[in-house]
Write a protein that binds this ligand. Structure first.
Ligand code: NAP
Length: 488
């Protein structure tokens, strides 16, 4: 962005109904203490949004060229005198060096934008610390969840939310208005006691993904060990054959679909357990146990990891014929056939098995891709609730059924072949079928009219043992109403 561009306001004020309420804040002078990355991006954004900006630096001459020409860069004390709202774009460690400004800062709003390097690193939040250093000022915590990059690129790219908290409602409102004019969405997080929580947010590493990732790793480890025993250790012990070369591709490729398939069923299992609980207790108002609540909240991440493993499985499978080991085995088989003078090695059943399971696998992967895409917030927001639940619930369940078909056609009759039981361990695919089949059978049972009807009523607020008035659609689509003892 050129310095000229930086001076142009990006957002017009008062152009929409919503903007009208926030115009009073526009055009005012905003102060920024500090001239680092954040201060610079903030100044650019403020200028683009129509504010006058005055930057306070310890060395204004040296730093002035880094800022848009419309922003005034001066000494800290000078800058502070010219405005009532000052963004403190300085690290917490240097707050004490600003104490000389205490008199000029008195009565003004200080916006603490700082972050820490570790979660709960200090006993008190940075904002509370700043407030303790400047008791005559009003401190507002905000903008720390927005990066310098997001500020520069504008709210079009990156996080749009700005979390704000303060003990002073008026000051909070002023900062919220500024955020809104800058194109961000202010989120009121309450009073200053929330500052610690707000400061911890940018430091969290994928909090919603922790449990699903551990789950996927746990499953991967279990299935990998199981496949390793069957595919590598068994031939070594029983036939003294070295099959270690199978580990990087073959063993991994038999493990990935197991993880993907089981994870996909784990997306739908908590829903089944929740329905069982609602049917058993005859109410939807009873809280689920914490573990089930957590599980329900992580379904999206579990589903995305299932898709990730399925996609890897597809790529690994495509690469199988490229391996040198595969080519050697093909040539070896061809030579053996030539020696034994076998002309026709076509096994019709095997051909069909493979054609079907690959085709069904591709369809399952296609459906999983659809589920993954629609779980992205930008796509999900463009769907209404019915469309979203159709894709996630109905298509998701169809994906589970098709994945089951893929697994069954892959396994074919191997479950009944004695040679497939290495160390008496059944083929891996039979183990993976356990949870998905339970989910599918449960879903089929729930779709029986008598159970479906009861579940529907419970989800509409009906409770066992309570006398309630209800209105339900009849089989003809007409609504019938009546009073009933609900344990009927
Ligand atoms: P920075 O590039 O290191 O800038 C810090 C500025 O503080 C310096 O340029 C300096 O400006 C000023 N300062 C005032 N007194 C100081 C002193 N005694 N010693 C050293 N510097 C002093 O850091 P930054 O990335 O802009 O971050 C500034 C604040 O914004 C931090 O609290 C950070 O947590 C927060 N923040 C940053 C980001 C980001 O993406 N960078 C995102 C969210 C929040 P003068 O030399 O002109 O006085």
């Amino acid at each position: 962005m050129s310095r000229g561009d930086m001076a142009k306001p990006l957002l017009g004020h008062g152009s929409t109904e919503g903007d009208r309420s926030i115009t009073p804040a526009a055009g005012r002078t905003i102060g920024v203490l500090g001239s680092g990355d954040f201060a610079r991006s903030l100044a650019i954004r403020l200028v683009c949004s129509g504010f006058k900006v005055v930057v306070g630096s310890r060395n204004p001459k040296r730093k002035a060229s880094l800022f848009p020409s419309a922003a005034e860069v001066t000494f800290q004390a000078e800058a502070v005198k010219k405005t009532d709202v000052i963004f403190v774009a300085v690290f917490r460690e240097h707050y004490s060096t600003l104490c000389d400004l205490a008199d000029v800062l008195a009565g003004k709003i200080l916006v603490d934008v700082s972050n820490n390097t570790e979660i709960n690193y200090h006993k008190e939040s940075n904002a509370e610390y700043l407030a303790s250093l400047f008791p005559a000022c009003t401190v507002v915590k905000g903008f720390n969840v927005v990066s310098a990059w997001t500020l520069q690129s504008g709210a079009r790219d990156g996080n749009k939310q700005v979390l704000i908290c303060s003990n002073n409602q008026e000051a909070k409102r002023t900062v919220a208005e500024i955020a809104q004019i800058m194109g961000f969405t202010p989120v009121d997080m309450g009073c200053m006691s929330s500052a610690c929580e707000i400061e911890n947010i940018p430091l969290r590493l994928l909090p919603a993904w922790k449990i699903p990732i551990f789950l996927a790793l746990g499953l991967f480890l279990c299935f990998f060990t199981y496949n390793l025993i069957r595919q590598v250790i068994h031939p070594f012990i029983k036939e003294q054959k070295n099959k270690l070369y199978k580990i990087p591709i073959e063993v991994v490729n038999t493990t990935l679909p197991c993880v993907s398939y089981v994870m996909l069923s784990l997306v739908y299992l908590p829903g089944v357990l929740a329905a069982c609980s609602q049917l058993y207790y005859g109410t939807k108002y009873r809280r689920f146990p914490d573990w089930l609540d957590q599980w329900l909240q992580h379904r999206k991440q579990i589903g995305l990891l299932s898709f990730f493993c399925a996609a890897l499985h597809a790529v690994y499978s495509l690469c199988l014929p490229m391996r040198r080991s595969h080519r050697y085995l093909l040539i070896e088989t061809a030579v053996k056939q030539a020696v034994e003078k076998k002309m026709n090695i076509w096994v019709e059943e095997e051909v069909w098995r493979m054609e079907i399971y690959i085709s069904v696998g591709i369809i399952a992967l296609g459906l999983l891709s659809l589920l993954a895409i629609t779980s992205l917030p930008s796509i999900a927001n463009s769907l209404n609730w019915r469309e979203f639940s159709f894709v996630q619930s109905t298509l998701g369940f169809i994906a589970l059924v098709i994945s089951t078909l893929h697994t069954l056609t892959y396994g074919w009759s191997r479950a009944f072949d004695e040679n497939q039981y290495k160390f008496y361990l059944p083929p891996t695919y039979t183990l993976t079928l356990l949870v998905p089949c339970t989910v599918i059978i449960a879903k089929v049972i729930f779709s029986l009219p008598c159970i479906r009807h009861r579940l529907l009523r419970i989800r509409r607020g009906w409770e066992k043992g309570r006398y309630v008035k209800f209105v339900l659609p009849s089989a003809t689509g007409e609504y019938s109403s009546g009073e009933t003892s609900s344990n009927v």
